[in-house]
Design a binder for this molecule. Structure first.
Ligand code: SKM
Length: 280
């Protein structure tokens, strides 16, 4: 018996997303007839202002849920009925479950990063880390790192106010940790055991390294969020210098693992989804 299921992704400029393929392949492997569609604001000539209409339409058409990406992760919150505690704390939703006429907001991004980290960098030294980037992804990675037990986190951003805002937002949630907006990256790297990279640098559109390579020492672990390409200049350089590294594939896959579970009520095979992602 094939159970039909529909879901989708709302965002702008999402044609290259690998999320539909990941969900549909896992659905097929579990005997679902699963259609995952792209609702691309750019292609539709729509904006965040169209969210109410797009959400209502998804409900009318019987979608089980929606992933939400840039630029809608904050804007969508005003149109939801309930928020999971982590989504509320982060102020960002990437997964909406549609059920019984209601809309439930979740955040699987931070969990995705945390799960990838646990698997890819087991027993990493969590005494102190530097994070580059305090944008949408950076909020999730910082929350994940602190949830995993980071005791010190220094956040840097090209816009220092963003780093300050993130540090201020996280401080009350993790009172045992020391969370700061960093000012001296060289000094912070000397004190840190690891680096979380949460800026777009390293993507094809933004080539290059996000920091001076000489700041990297063999004792650092380096966790990357860029996954296109999977092998970024940062990871290459870090490995060349003897660092342990984690690529951005984990976060990409495990946010989908979390969303698949919420949409279908079925337990996804994470290893199978990871394999499929790597083969794409
Ligand atoms: O949070 C995820 C989202 O669920 C899917 C996605 C994508 O497919 O591009 C990116 C992230 O924002």
């Amino acid at each position: 018996l094939v159970r039909p299921l529909k879901a989708g992704l709302i965002g702008a400029g999402i044609q290259a997303s690998l999320t539909p393929a990941m969900h549909m392949a896992e659905g097929a492997a579990q005997g679902l007839s699963y259609q995952y569609e792209l609702i691309d604001l750019q292609a539709l000539g729509a904006t965040e202002g169209d969210l109410p209409r797009l959400l209502a339409d998804a409900q009318t058409r019987g979608l089980a849920g929606l992933n939400i990406t840039h630029p809608c992760k904050q804007a969508v919150i005003a149109h939801l009925d309930e928020l999971a505690p982590d989504a509320r704390r982060l102020g960002a939703v990437n997964t909406v479950v549609l059920k019984g006429g209601r809309r439930y907001g979740h955040n699987t991004d931070w969990w995705g990063f945390a799960e990838g980290f646990r698997r890819g960098l087991p027993d990493a030294d969590l005494s102190a880390a530097v994070q580059l980037g305090a944008g949408g992804a950076g909020v999730a990675t910082a929350y994940a790192g602190l949830s995993l037990g980071l005791r010190q986190l220094a956040v840097f951003d090209r816009e220092p106010e963003r780093a300050e805002a993130l540090a201020e937002m996280l401080a009350p949630l993790f009172p045992e940790a020391e969370i700061t907006a960093g000012t001296d990256l060289a000094a912070a790297m000397r004190e840190a055991a690891g680096l979380i990279h949460a800026t777009p640098t390293g993507m094809a559109k933004y080539p290059g390294l996000p920091l001076d390579a000489d700041f990297l020492a063999p004792r650092h672990w380096v966790a990357e969020i860029v996954y296109f390409p999977l092998e970024t200049a940062l990871l290459k350089e870090a490995r060349r210098r003897g660092c342990r590294t984690l690529d951005g594939g984990g976060m990409a896959v495990f946010q989908a693992v979390g969303a698949f579970r919420l949409f279908t009520g079925l337990e996804p095979d994470a290893a199978r989804m990871l394999e499929h992602f790597k083969a794409m």
